[in-house]
Design a protein around this ligand. Structure first.
Ligand SMILES: C[S@@+](CC[C@H](N)C(=O)[O-])C[C@H]1O[C@@H](n2cnc3c(N)ncnc32)[C@H](O)[C@@H]1O
Ligand code: SF4
Ligand code: SF4
Length: 408
């Protein structure tokens, strides 16, 4: 599947290059020596081709529940809250005791998930020390809205060297609810976290219909928190419910255009902006190593057998954002070999993704979305990833992509 990319130089002259996202070939850009390799085919999950889970996961995601002290307007979990299992502190003990029956080896990363994880403080306090003792080499990660921090929680974060993703939308925070930075006490603990965990914390913003001007986001955080604060992007909003489809998730043509332009301009000026250098490098690497489309899994990683999401009752779910009382229960650790991820669709089964020029960057958006929710999420992801691809081409050629056309 080849695309013609029309590039424009500063003097207005134009030329065409050709790009094939299925083979990562690019004609018209000199990448230096290529580093072609042998590739394994990623599992292609679908309802008809379910994928199991590995007894030796590299990423273990423990979902404590989906309760939260916030109710962000676009929350990806809102539609699942009723499906989350409720658990007690005694379930933590049973979970820990039962671990050896199904988990072999040591995960590289253990993630503790809510809802808001710090709503489950009593469980975290019991779980983390026990898991750290059992898996001393594992890194811990918590994604939090940052509104419930205090000295005791920070001490645990420091003691167990936990990586923290702090979700905050800067100038768009009102779409998430109250701003913890407006509350002196909450602000104090967020600043303490930033100071004490310097290299292990990032602030992550979700780009939405009304909040996708990267310059404005950068300036907002600099004015509120200082120049050196590490601002990253959670990504662009995906759509999981009708309210988000009509609200924060609905980027119209003009919004999609300004989102793409903002991404491009920000990254063209600073390739490290918003921690997006990883994505820029991944795309440029895909060209140098000629990464075939068959080798690509979904962006979230949850289609891989080595990534597993469990709740404290041992239920296994599609991902940490889903509950086990509904359709996203894909099995139970007590019957491990019967676990079957059959709730998702790898992008290889989606025609639009197989004819998409940014598939190497997007990797199919969310794998369980369907219908209108998928359609809008796809439009949002397309603009977001096209901005990144344009920046990559800019850094490789000094020219701007002004047209993309499929040519079969
Ligand atoms: C669902 S939250 C759970 C953790 C915690 N409560 C928090 O907000 O950080 C995990 C991450 O997903 C992001 N998120 C929520 N809804 C989203 C959506 N519809 N699209 C993209 N990211 C979303 C949040 O901003 C947060 O960074
Ligand atoms: S995004 Fe996080 S903080 Fe916001 S409602 Fe969802 S779980 Fe709560
Ligand atoms: S932008 Fe849309 S079509 Fe392209 S890979 Fe992502 S989800 Fe698929």
């Amino acid at each position: 599947m080849w695309f013609t990319l029309t590039l424009e130089a500063r003097d207005g002259s134009r030329c065409d290059i050709r790009y094939n996202p299925h083979t990562s070939e690019i004609d018209g850009i000199d990448l230096g020596p290529l580093d072609e390799r042998d590739w394994l085919t990623a599992p292609h999950v679908s309802k008809l081709t379910p994928v199991g889970k590995s007894h030796a996961p590299k990423v273990l995601k423990i979902q404590l529940g989906l309760s939260c002290n916030y109710s962000c307007s676009y929350c990806s979990q809102a539609h699942q809250i009723g499906d989350a299992t409720l658990s007690k502190l005694t379930d933590v003990e049973a979970f820990l005791t039962n671990l050896d029956s199904w988990l072999k080896g040591a995960p590289e990363r253990i993630e503790l998930w809510g809802g808001e994880p710090f709503v489950y403080w009593a469980k975290l306090k019991r779980l983390i020390p026990a898991l750290a003792e059992r898996f001393p080499t594992a890194r811990f990660l918590i994604i939090t809205n940052g509104s419930l921090l205090d000295r005791e929680k920070l001490d645990l974060i420091v003691k167990y060297d936990i990586d923290i993703g702090l979700s905050h939308d800067g100038p768009g925070q009102r779409q998430r609810g109250p701003d913890p930075l407006d509350d002196p006490e909450r602000r104090h603990w967020i600043e303490a976290l930033l100071a004490e965990r310097e290299d292990h914390v990032s602030i992550n913003t979700v780009l939405t219909a009304e909040n996708h001007d990267l310059d404005a986001i950068k300036v907002w955080f600099q004015e509120r928190l200082g120049l050196d604060v590490p601002i990253s992007l959670e990504g662009v909003v995906n759509v999981y419910d009708a309210a988000t489809l009509l609200g924060a998730g609905r980027l119209e043509e003009a919004d999609l255009h300004s989102l793409r332009r903002s991404l491009f301009e920000s990254l063209a000026t600073d390739p490290k902006a918003f921690g997006l250098d990883k994505r820029l490098r991944d795309f440029i690497m895909s060209l140098k190593v000629r990464r075939p489309i068959e080798a690509l899994g979904q962006k979230c990683g949850m289609d891989r057998p080595e990534h597993i999401a469990v709740d404290l009752r041992g239920n296994v779910m599609t991902c940490q954002n889903t509950g086990a009382k509904g359709e996203h229960k894909i099995g139970h650790v007590d019957d491990f070999d019967a676990i079957a991820l059959n709730t998702a669709t790898h992008f290889a089964f989606r025609d639009e993704c197989m004819s998409c020029p940014v598939v190497q960057l997007c990797k199919g958006s969310c794998m369980f979305l369907e219908g209108e929710f998928f359609k809008q999420s796809c439009a949002n992801e397309f603009a977001f990833n096209m901005g990144i691809m344009m920046a990559a081409v800019w850094h490789l050629t000094g020219m701007v992509v002004v047209g993309v056309e499929g040519c079969g």
